[in-house]
Design a protein around this ligand. Structure first.
Ligand code: ATP
Length: 249
């Protein structure tokens, strides 16, 4: 089994404050791992550090078996930040934005192949925006714009998707459709690292939950009988004693 993300004893300092302390996180190929925790517990910082967007003050990060310091194969990785906004000054349509993800995968510009077009169509279907494909992204809701960026990442056919709060501001029906689509993504052996405040319909997909509290990992393990949501505040009340919550196996 290949380890896709291997983080050991990671410390991250922001504004001279330590926001991640001694964090270990391992994600194997084909796994769906969910980061949970209250606001400000460090979930976004952890995924940003994992993809090289914030520097580590201490510790080791490897992606696909290679130290992040020398890792260059970023086309294997699709990352979509929290509250991402796909609208720019340019009046691009959903299809154009998604296609740009496909083009970014290639070194030299050449016309789209049939395979490129199919990957773009699949990615748009993955996020449930088929009926909006020709619309300008500026006409979409915030949730739909983030979905557009998820489709752009998926169009490059990465081995791992890292999605920070993909369901924020998305209605229940769209969340359910998205969960079904992501099931297809992982069925092909690909890897998912999700930051979720509320697991909602994605709960049944998740193999393992990692709970952060104040920048430390306080739980790392399987999720028991598909809890739909995390307790108010994002984490179980007694996450130091997982048996009390009944949420984690
Ligand atoms: N750019 C920054 N500069 C300084 N401090 C930051 C920065 N970004 C985040 N922080 C701080 O780091 C801590 C962790 O924030 P982070 O956004 O990683 O938490 P989170 O668990 O993702 O929260 P949320 O669920 O609200 O998105 C918080 O205390 C936050 O205030």
């Amino acid at each position: 089994m290949t380890t896709v993300v291997d983080i050991r004893r990671l410390r991250v300092d922001l504004d001279e404050r330590t926001v991640l302390h001694d964090v270990d996180l391992r994600v194997d190929e084909g796994e769906v791992v969910c980061l949970l925790g209250a606001n400000g517990s460090g979930k976004s910082t952890l995924v940003r550090a994992a993809v090289g967007l914030v520097p580590a003050a201490a510790g080791e990060i490897s992606l696909f078996g290679r130290s992040l310091r020398t890792f260059r194969d970023f086309s294997r990785l699709g990352y979509v930040p929290q509250r991402a906004n796909a609208a720019s000054g340019v009046p691009a349509t959903v299809r154009e934005v998604v296609t740009s993800g496909r083009l970014a995968r290639r070194r030299v510009f050449r016309p789209l192949t049939r395979a490129d077009r199919a990957a773009v169509d699949d990615a748009i279907a993955l996020v449930g925006l088929r009926d909006r494909a020709g619309d300008p992204v500026s006409s979409l809701s915030g949730g739909q714009q983030q979905r557009t960026l998820i489709a752009r990442a998926a169009a490059a056919e990465p081995d791992m998707l890292v999605l920070d709060e993909p369901n924020a501001g998305v209605d229940q029906r769209s969340q359910e459709a998205f969960a079904r689509a992501l099931r297809t993504f992982v069925a092909s052996g690909r890897t998912l690292l999700l930051v979720l405040h509320d697991m909602g319909p994605l709960a049944s997909l998740v193999d393992r939950g990692v709970v952060l509290d104040n920048g430390r990992v306080v739980h790392d393990g399987a999720l028991a009988t598909a809890p739909a949501t995390v307790a108010p505040g994002g984490v179980p009340d007694h996450h130091d004693d997982e048996h009390e919550t009944g949420m984690f196996g």
